[in-house]
Design a protein. Sequence first.
Length: 365
Amino acid sequence: MLLIAQNHFQLIVEVGLILLATMIFVLNLVPLSLSVVTFLSLFLSAGFAILFGADLIFLILSFGQHEFTHPFGPIALLAIITALASLKVMEESGVNVARLKRIVYILLAAITIFGGAMHRSFLLLWFVGLFIGYTIISKSFRQKSILTLRRIGMFFGAALVAFGVLEIVARISGMEVFSPILRISRLAANSLSSLKLVVGNTWLIGHDPSSSYWSNSSGFADGYISLPMQFILLFGLPFPLFFGLLVTRKDTIDYMLPGIFGYAYDFGYLTFLILLLIVLGTIIVGLMILRQYRHKRESKNRKYLGKEVLLIGSLTGFVSQAVIGLFLFNRTVNGMALLTFMFLGSLVLAHTVTIRRDSNEAVSR
């Protein structure tokens, strides 16, 4: 009975541990050569380009939209950065990748256009992720750093142009859903009251039960931060859930504030501090393992090339989602997106364990 989650927080922890164990076995038992990882990254990139494009078409035709960019945006980033890292490895080996590079850039452009049109927060995540990804790739392959004033200006300029184009499209078409300014105005009008709610009612562990929407609130894990509702209903867990019109109550925290406030309110300052340490530790561990992979590659050991490029992609997706979700938009690390966040973190940490097939022993690096 102890393994049955009693609240949202315990369920998140248990699912995270299951994902970590699963990723450890996948990385050790599935032969992830460079060719396999490259193929999977291209396949996923093409799939997400089609998925985001279809979602955009449904939005324009008023058939409704699913906003796939929220849960799958970081995974699309993983796929593209992994593909770009694979191209770099092949170039170092003397392989002609001109045609393959064109395909990757076409997919990159398609995801940028379709995903950015669907949601402005995705566009921000995407540009931040590309910047982080290119930086990691340049460091991993000992290239000249892209962190120059000119290139930083180009990234900011491209982001501003993209947001400007979306605003123009919104005004010409009359579809306010495309407008970045509308999103900013909503945040400006409502975020202050949400911030006062969090700051005035957050405790070291949990929050003041009287400040929660639920009359029977325990003051901890009230569902403001949770895994996907369908996932919880599938197992019949009796947790408080915001659905239907109640979603507007959840948006007080989920839509209006950065993740640092959302997580602190629902779980308390102490739990949030532990979360930050776990996120920071995952990033540091990922960078350390990436350095080991680089050393093996430079020593002419090609056994870990697939894992290296996969780690570059997963680390980029994880860092980007952490930055945008925790410091800008809580929704980027909540619900289905939280499951993605834990998946990427598990994919990074799984590289720390190697299973010896001859002795079936797990040995930490």
